[in-house]
Design a protein around this ligand. Structure first.
Ligand SMILES: [Zn+2]
Length: 220
């Protein structure tokens, strides 16, 4: 199996996320399904500034390494990716960030209410998955529980840890991660001044229809 294309896509998304300041150094990780049902995932401990497409590791859904450059391992948070991809058939790409504003609300355990379009189109209110020890399967299970229960959700916060965004493609997952982080920043700024109003509940369906927000993860 030739994994070159999947590796390129994961690498390009890592660079885009790094440029957008959503991931820094080696914090955060990215994965997508490969054509043969496995996953291509960013390696552990390699900073994005020096990463190459060939450094992306291919693992199966149990986390076994199928193809990797010598000495490279998958991201230590690979369970988060395998658990979500195993349980959610409509998801093909997973992005995990420690981006500042999402992480601010994650440490508070405070969900992001739908106060702006960015948080509505990603399925807001964006909930916080319960705390789990980093790198364990529980991180992925808690996130997958929320995403499975609410098919309109494009991501969630991880208590005391960060954010995870999902999509039918890496491009969609990128825009969902960007929307959640931007929404978190707007909400943070707004609450410095006053308690913001939510988008009128009567408009929620209208907006979701307008943005074609059906139950799969492809829209937004
Ligand atoms: Zn993390």
């Amino acid at each position: 199996m030739d994994y070159r294309e999947a590796r390129e896509r994961v690498f390009e998304t890592a660079i885009r996320l790094n440029k957008a300041n959503l991931i820094r150094l080696s914090a955060g990780n990215i994965s997508c399904r490969t054509a043969d049902g496995n996953l291509a995932i960013t390696p552990s401990g390699v900073q994005y500034e020096v990463m190459a497409p060939e450094d992306v590791v291919v693992i199966d859904l149990e986390g076994n390494i199928l193809d990797a450059r010598e000495g490279l391992k998958p991201s230590s948070e690979f369970h988060l990716h395998t658990r979500i991809l195993e349980r959610l058939e409509d998801v093909n790409a997973v992005i995990h960030t420690h981006s500042y504003y999402a992480l601010t609300f994650a440490v508070l355990g405070r969900e992001l209410p739908p106060v702006c379009l960015e948080l509505l189109v990603t399925g807001g209110p964006i909930p916080v998955a319960p705390y789990a020890r980093p790198g364990t399967a529980a991180v992925g299970d808690h996130a997958a529980d929320l995403l499975q229960r609410r098919p309109e959700l494009k991501g969630c916060l991880l208590k005391n840890h960060g954010m995870v965004a999902v999509g039918a493609t890496l491009a969609k997952a990128f825009s969902h991660a960007w929307d959640i982080e931007t929404g978190a920043q707007i909400y943070y700024q707004a609450i410095q001044i006053a308690e913001p109003d939510k988008i009128p509940p009567a408009d929620v369906d209208f907006i979701r229809q307008k943005y074609n927000l059906v139950s799969d993860r492809s829209s937004g």
